[in-house]
Each structure stands twice: as C-alpha cells, then as structure tokens.
Ligand binder design. Structure first.
Ligand SMILES: Cc1cc2nc3c(=O)[nH]c(=O)nc-3n(C[C@H](O)[C@H](O)[C@H](O)COP(=O)(O)OP(=O)(O)OC[C@H]3O[C@@H](n4cnc5c(N)ncnc54)[C@H](O)[C@@H]3O)c2cc1C
Length: 446
C-alpha cells in the first residue's frame, strides 16, 4: 500500500471514480450490487445536468433542480462513498489519486480507476476572451450569466443615453451548437415575451441578439435541413444569425469576427458576450495519458482501447467527454453508456466464475440528439428520423425530464415548463451581487 494512502476497511476491491457527472455517476450506480467499495470524487458537491444549464441561465428553473447533491443521490448505496475534493494528482503506477478541498488533502489507493472528469470550455488558444465572454459549463457560469443578462436590462433602464442603451442591450452568443442555439432562443424569449411591458424607459424587445458561428450552418451535427429550420425559427424571434463568421477578438466592449467568404472584419459592440464554441477535455486527461505513454488529441481527449482502458493499464478506464474513441461525440449518452461499460468489465474481472469477456469492446448505442429552439419548438434527430416544431418539443421535454435525477426535480421542472408554456412568467429571476460580481475574485477554477 502507498504510504499514508487511504482505502476502505474490509479489504474489498476498491474502485475510485473521478467525476460525478453523467459518466462517473452512472458507473457508480452500475456497481451498486458488485462486491467492491467505490469512492467517488468530485470537485463539486453536486451532479450537474448540463443539458439544462441554459434554463438556469435564463431563469426558467432553479439551480437545485438540475444539480442535486451527489451525497444525497448516493445515500442508499451502501458500497459507495462520496468525497468532495479537487483531484490534483493521479499516479497510475502507484495506483493513487490525491484530492483536496481548500487546504485539506487526502490520497486514495485504488485497485480500479475510472476517470470521468469531463471537459471545460475551449477558446481555441485565445484564453483571454474568457474574461469578457464567459462560457457555460458549470452552475457558477450559468448563475453569473443570468446575473449579467438581467443586469443588462436593469442598466438599460437607468441610462438616458440611447447609444449606451443599445450597447447594453446587445447580446452576442458565439457558437451555434445546441448550447448556443438554446441559450439564444431563450434570451430572445426573455426580451420579447417575459420582460414585455416591465420597463419604463425602453421596450425590451428592442434588444439585439446575434448568434455567430464560423461554420456555414447552425447545429451542424443535426444536418442541413434541421439546421435551416432552427435558423429560421431563431430569425423569426428576431435573432441575427451570422454564419461563416470566425471570431477574431473579444474585449470588454465588443466582439470582432471575420467573414470567412469575404474576409471582411466586423465589430459588434455588445454588453453581454457569451462563449459556447468549443470544448477541451479536463487536464487530468493529459496527466494520465503522459503516464501511460499515449498522446491526447487537439481537444485534450485521451485515446483509449476499444474496451475503454488506457494503454497497458487494464485497471484504468477513461470515459465520457475525456475519452477519444472512434470519433464518438461529447454527449451525455456516450458518457453514461461508457460508465456502465467500465463497471460491467470491472465486475467481470472480479468474478472468477464469470465467462464474460473482460475486454469487451464498447458498443455505443446512439439514441439521437435534440435541441430546443424556443417555446413549443425543438429539433430532434434519431438516426434517419427527424422531428421539428411542437412534437419535437414534447419529445425533448419528456426525455429531459425523465433523465433528471430525483422525482422532486422531475416534478418541479415539468411544472415550471408547464407554467412557462402558458404564461410569460419565469420563476427564477433573482440575482445576487455575488453572482454578478464575484467570479473574478473567485478565480477561473470556480
Ligand atoms: C451547456 C451544455 C449543454 C449540453 N447539452 C447536451 C444535450 O442536450 N445532450 C447531450 O447528450 N449532451 C449535452 N451536453 C454534453 C454532456 O453534458 C456531456 O457530454 C456530459 O456531461 C459528459 O459527461 P462526463 O461524465 O464525461 O463529464 P461531466 O458530466 O462534465 O462530469 C465531469 C465531472 O468531473 C468533475 N471534475 C472535473 N475535474 C475534476 C477534478 N480535477 N477533480 C474532481 N472532479 C472533477 C466535474 O465537477 C464534473 O462533475 C451539454 C453540455 C453542456 C456544457
């Protein structure tokens, strides 16, 4: 045993799982009946349902509904133990993981390791954009964004200068993937519908909302037809969609992009700038890849073997957004199925009587993709089946509510959506000074 490293009493096989996101949490749950002790480590104390983050950012649901306490989720799983700590070191030769919360640190010894630390925002080498155009990956991001969006309207009410008001009420969203599209649609609905008639000095519907992307269409993974449909729906809501628009600079006051066809540069002065254009795998990926002698790809993803193990290390699995395998996309289902697969192989290796293939290749089952454009309007792609409009919105709602963790969250979110469908009122528009101002003081890793 590594000196001073912790492992549970009783001598059972010890599985350490890093990350309580879709992949890690599903791996832990899949090990519920296995003869193992599981230690799940996450730097956040909650499991975050990222697909609904934009709804927190736009006041549709509260943070608690999409981020239940991980400790509470696992309260009935006797073989699982949760640790709230930031993993700072992994040593795959010594089989140890070190995690810290503030200045308290502990090292854990494992027999099997599942690394599921997900991905963060990528600014494609322009990290300084982050100061002015925050991304949306964490609850802190969504709450800060909500505070910035609402504060823009409040400041517009205060100013007498029409040019200043126009700038304050200009929103630029960079990245027309599902997150960018969903966020754009909701900001437009806030301006046109929810805030209608609530301000004295201006009409909220005068807000200008731009969606920029370097690609030639919105929602590229959904194909041309659905992309065009989504674009038209946004444009009907008053959104200015600019494609082939490669962002070249973001500063305190503006966003500049280059038209990829004409090479012409355009600068848009904007009060609120949001980045949803790229992802980079957790730096823990590089840490384990280097030790295993494999090279991460440009997005920091770790190439894994077909069974999701890492290089020669048959007791180390890398799953979800961190893994690079057969160009699988960064989707919740890829992570969840990867977590279940790793758990299954760990159990198979421990069961001496089992005839199961301990190196079974991961076989991803594609359940499709969905994105909400606006109220009553979504796009869904499931294999060759494509849906748009209201039926797609119902499918989106049913699926997302079903996948939320906990009955309480499901019930409250369903109710919130029902209320929003029939009334412009949003139930979560309170903002605090901490949300609006504290990020820079908290540091980037918050
Ligand atoms: C805004 C947004 C919307 C999305 N919408 C959709 C959608 O509609 N459909 C879909 O299928 N997918 C969607 N995705 C993608 C989906 O959320 C991811 O593919 C999925 O979360 C990946 O799961 P994961 O387990 O790999 O990582 P995550 O779910 O990101 O979990 C990683 C966990 O690791 C923890 N962690 C990270 N670093 C450390 C560390 N050093 N120490 C300890 N813990 C650490 C994090 O706190 C986090 O809890 C969306 C993503 C975002 C950001």
């Amino acid at each position: 045993m590594a000196e001073n490293a912790f492992r549970p009493n009783g001598g059972r096989h010890h599985v350490v799982v890093i990350g309580a996101g879709f992949g890690g949490l599903n791996a832990v749950k899949s090990l519920k009946n296995a003869d193992v002790d599981v230690t799940l480590i996450d730097k956040k104390n909650h499991h975050l349902f990222q697909p609904m983050l934009y709804q927190v950012a736009t006041g549709l649901v509260s943070s608690g509904e999409i981020a239940p306490s991980t400790r509470q989720i696992l309260r009935d799983q006797d073989n699982a133990h949760f640790v709230n700590g930031n993993v700072t070191d992994i040593d795959i030769k010594a089989q140890t993981v070190t995690a810290a919360l503030d200045d308290t640190e502990r090292t854990f010894e494992y027999d099997s390791l599942i690394v599921a630390a997900g991905a963060g925002q990528s600014y494609f080498g322009n990290d300084h954009f982050a100061e002015f155009a925050p991304g949306m990956k964490t609850l802190d991001d969504a709450l800060e964004l909500r505070a910035n969006i609402i504060a823009a309207f409040e400041k517009a009410e205060l100013t007498d200068d029409p040019a200043e008001r126009e700038k304050l009420l200009t929103f630029v969203i960079v990245g027309a993937g599902p997150t960018g599209v969903e966020l754009t649609g909701q900001i437009a609905e806030m301006a046109k519908r929810s805030f209608n008639g609530q301000f004295s000095n201006f009409s909220p519907s005068s807000a200008k909302i731009y969606l920029l992307d370097g690609a030639p269409q919105v929602l590229p993974p959904f194909g041309k037809r659905l992309g065009r449909k989504a674009q038209r729906t946004l444009e009907k809501l008053g959104v200015d969609v600019r494609l082939n628009a490669m962002v070249t600079n973001v500063d305190e006051k503006s966003v500049t992009y280059k038209d990829m066809k004409t090479e012409q540069e355009t600068t848009i002065e904007a009060g609120v700038k949001i980045w949803s254009a790229g992802v980079a795998a957790s730096p823990l990926g590089k840490m384990v890849a280097e030790q295993a002698g494999v090279e991460t790809d440009r997005a920091g993803r770790v190439p894994v073997n077909e069974d999701l193990t890492l290089g020669e290390y048959s007791n180390v699995y890398v799953i979800g957004d961190m893994m690079g395998l057969n160009r699988l996309p960064g989707l919740a289902q890829v992570a969840m199925q990867g977590g279940a697969h790793a758990a299954k192989l760990i159990e198979a290796k421990l069961d001496e009587e089992s005839t199961a293939n301990e190196k079974e290749a991961f076989d991803y089952f594609d359940k499709g993709s969905m994105a909400v454009i606006s109220r009553f309007n979504a796009v869904v792609k499931m294999g060759k089946t494509e849906m748009t409009g209201f039926p797609a919105w119902i499918a989106w709602l049913a699926l997302h509510v079903a996948y939320l963790v906990g009955f309480r969250s499901r019930a409250i979110v369903a109710l919130n959506w029902l209320i929003n469908a029939v009334s412009p009122v949003r139930g979560n528009l309170a903002i605090t000074d901490q949300q609006r101002l504290a990020r820079n003081k908290m540091g980037k890793d918050a």
